[in-house]
Design a protein around this ligand. Structure first.
Ligand code: NAD
Length: 469
């Protein structure tokens, strides 16, 4: 089996131990990743700390290096995309799309202005607010978009002058390890260290005394542990956590026209997306038409090994996640749900599950109340818009939401009532490196992307000098 290596202090580092990485389309291990030990983790943080001393000094060099990183990543898309498909499951074209997005994010960050504000400038005093880097950042990512979400962190963190130790999920470490190897060509040693290991490695990172900032993307349960660990020595945190995004369809929407869009944003990446539509609220009158249209799309979906050209949806990423989807659908069935499409795992050793449309459940069913993070979507009828908004907000999640209707002004008014970080009208999950993205309530703390995302990798310093400059 191929063995991947870590990047520590600009060098290739193999593990004293390794763990196997399974291809979810076959259910079989296909590569090994290093299981970083505590000494190697110390080395990574020491290397990042040393590199910080010079990296933070030259902003122009940082911008150049981030451009070079983006260009190199773009050139190597064909090399990395199969690695991503083999470990994550997503179709090869989606893997290439993710890598293209990751490069875009790096390139965009390379040109972001670093905020700087003059508060007073007169004969008595010059007062300005500058943004200083924090030092070493510990970055921890999940398994759904491993490279994209890493680059959401790497771009702004490095631009601001920080250095980083990055740990991907043990389910999908390989693309990030391969990326770390690539980056040795364009980044000074120690600026970006990539380590891999099982979940306890994440806990060791958050407890480590060197990093001053933790940038975490993952579940609410783990994010809460990260916040507790960070509190011990007041590390700064950005937490991008789970979502249970509602989509509210208004009564002036055409169910046949919106169905393909709702389907796309609910099942993108097989529903394994923090911002996937995870609940659809629809007026009673339109319910059956919408369910029929969505069920047809689900029945037509081409599910299979992501290396086959015609495949639209690959497998679920890992066995526990597949079992969770099976449990959620069983729970819904137990409550008398109607499964309008899908509802069964595929045959074979891979973790396949067809896109599934569930109706006839209350909001207390697990498939509605919990984040499914998989190819299952409940469609829920409502009587009044007020009721729909209340039910959409009746959750501890608050990542995003969307409203769908013929009259966009009215839809925008309804969207104002949603308690979440982003609202969309007649679309969903349109993200951009220049727009802040983050969750309300349990869906997170802070934002990534844009000026606000960059500021989250800095500390404010007020500089007051008594004489004009
Ligand atoms: P997870 O929380 O299980 O794992 C995320 C990462 O945390 C992994 O790298 C894991 O190894 C690490 N980890 C585990 N225990 C840790 C600990 N005690 N301390 C520090 N790190 C630890 O999440 P997952 O299953 O990999 O990802 C799915 C979740 O991520 C979903 O809830 C999804 O909504 C969320 N997510 C959120 C966003 C967002 O931007 N808001 C984006 C993608 C995914």
């Amino acid at each position: 089996m191929p063995q991947y290596a870590m990047t520590i202090g600009g060098a290739r580092v193999t593990g004293t131990a390794t763990f196997e990485v399974v291809n979810p389309a076959t259910g079989r291990p296909h590569a090994e990743a290093p299981d970083c030990d505590e000494g190697q983790l110390d080395d990574a943080f020491t290397a990042a700390h040393e590199a910080y001393k010079s990296w933070r000094r030259n902003e122009r060099a940082r911008r150049r290096a981030l451009h070079a990183a983006a260009d190199l990543l773009t050139r190597r898309t064909g090399q990395l995309a199969p690695v991503l498909t083999a470990e994550q499951g997503k179709p090869l074209k989606d893997a290439a799309y993710e890598i293209g997005g990751a490069a875009w994010w790096l390139r965009y960050a390379a040109d972001l202005p670093i905020p700087h504000e003059v508060l007073r400038d007169d004969p008595a005093a010059h007062v300005e607010v500058v943004r200083r880097p924090m030092g070493v950042v510990a970055a921890i990512t999940p398994w759904n978009f491993p490279l994209m979400l890493a680059c959401w962190k790497i771009g702004p963190a490095l631009l601001a002058g920080n250095t980083m130790v990055l740990k991907p999920s043990p389910w999908t470490p390989l693309t990030t390890l391969a990326f770390g190897e690539l980056m040795r060509e364009v980044l000074p040693p120690g600026v970006l260290n990539v380590v891999s290991g099982l979940d306890p490695l994440g806990a060791s990172m958050t407890a480590h005394p060197v990093p001053r900032k933790i940038s975490f993307t993952g579940s609410v349960a783990t994010g809460t542990k990260v916040a507790v660990a960070a509190a011990r020595d007041l590390k700064r945190v950005t937490l991008e956590l789970g979502g249970n995004d509602p989509a509210i369809v208004l009564d002036d929407a055409d169910p046949h026209a919106v169905a393909p869009q709702l389907f796309r944003y609910a099942f993108e990446n097989n529903g394994q997306l923090c911002s996937a539509i995870k609940r659809v609220y629809v007026p009673e009158r339109l319910h059956d038409d919408l369910v029929g249209a969505m069920a047809k799309l689900a029945a037509e979906a081409r599910v299979g090994n992501g290396f086959e050209a015609s495949v639209q949806f690959g497998p679920v990423n890992n066995r526990p996640q597949l079992e969770r989807i099976i449990d959620l659908v069983a729970d819904a069935r137990g409550r008398g749900a109607h499964i309008a499409a899908g509802g069964e795992p595929g045959v074979g050793p891979g973790y396949f599950y067809r896109p599934t449309i569930v109706t006839g459940v209350g909001d207390d069913a697990r498939v509605v109340a919990e984040e499914q993070f998989g190819p299952v979507l409940p469609i829920l009828p409502y009587r009044s818009v007020e009721e729909a908004v209340h039910r959409a907000n009746d959750t501890h999640f608050g990542l995003d939401g969307s409203v769908w209707g013929g009259n966009t002004e009215r839809a925008a008014e309804v969207a104002e009532g949603l308690e979440c970080g982003t609202t969309w009208i007649n679309t969903h999950f349109e993200v951009h490196p220049g727009r802040p993205f983050g969750g309300h309530k349990s869906s997170g703390i802070g934002v990534e992307n844009g000026r606000l995302g960059l500021e989250a990798f800095t500390e404010v310093q007020v500089r007051h000098s008594p004489l004009p400059r």
